[in-house]
Design a protein around this ligand. Sequence first.
Ligand code: F6P
Length: 328
Amino acid sequence: MAKEIRTIGVMTSGGDAPGMNAAIRAVARACAYYNVKCIGFYRGYQGMIEGDYCEMNARSVRNIISRGGTILKSARSQEFRDVEGRKKAANNLKKIGVDAMILIGGDGTFRGGEIFSKEYDIPVIGVPGTIDNDIAGTNFTIGYDTALNTVIDAIDKIRDTASSHDRLFFVEVMGRDAGFIALNTGVGAGAEEILIPEEDLGLDRLLESLKRSKRSGKSSSIVVVSEGDKIGKNVYELADYISENLPDYEAKVTVLGHMQRGGSPTCFDRTLASRFCVKAVELLLDGQQNVMVGIINNKITATSFEEGLKEGYGINKELLRISDILST
Ligand code: F6P
């Protein structure tokens, strides 16, 4: 028989994402609604290891739905990778009286949760929160939509100056292993070319495409580059390479960096976080465990960590073809 859940712990881990606060709020409020005690751990797994926590009620999460970042702070805990670290965390949960955990984060967070739940009889539920959108068990992760809008806004501004000076801009966006941000903002901002980790288009093709665009009368261009792209040159080397081989172009580089992880979450991310976390609390109260919540075809789902973390989360390569057609 599933054990009774009287206290639920929540934490945010890995790279922060806009909407994590909306998620924390939803956990605390759903716990209050169902009369369950809620404990927030600081700095993800590290707070569980160190016993760094606070008790949360419905009022402790007031006015945070619109705030970027995470009030519980986030970290990538090295210690939790070791058996000893996980043991400390499990002992602390026992001592504090936490019956189950909700883990808000990305693939690294879920991998940690999967191991932890196999070693200890503590039910966990994963809530996907990362701007990278690189989790197979969901169509969307918390923070992705906000990041897309931040990037689009930045590229639109870059385009203004690019066009005033007839320049070529390489804009690097986040996505160490996944091209979701690059691909979608590339199409959305009307980029000339999009470079993503999932597809190496090659330098020759890039040269050809830029030559063609010059010939067709374009005076400025934007190339969106995912930080994990596989073309074999970083964004600065890429700009140098183009300047050497196509002297007609004046190439500039903008690395958007961590600004992509900040800002007030969009309505989509707030709603998604709210739906995910009510479901996460309800799953635990229903006796379910060791799954991640997700959204598939607009339905909130529960998927095993194993399934949810499978490779091949289906980047839509059709968008590359669309981009090709539209950058004519
Ligand atoms: O949140 C995911 C991510 O944004 C990746 O795209 C990026 O490579 C990474 O985090 C960088 O994060 P940090 O600076 O925290 O190591």
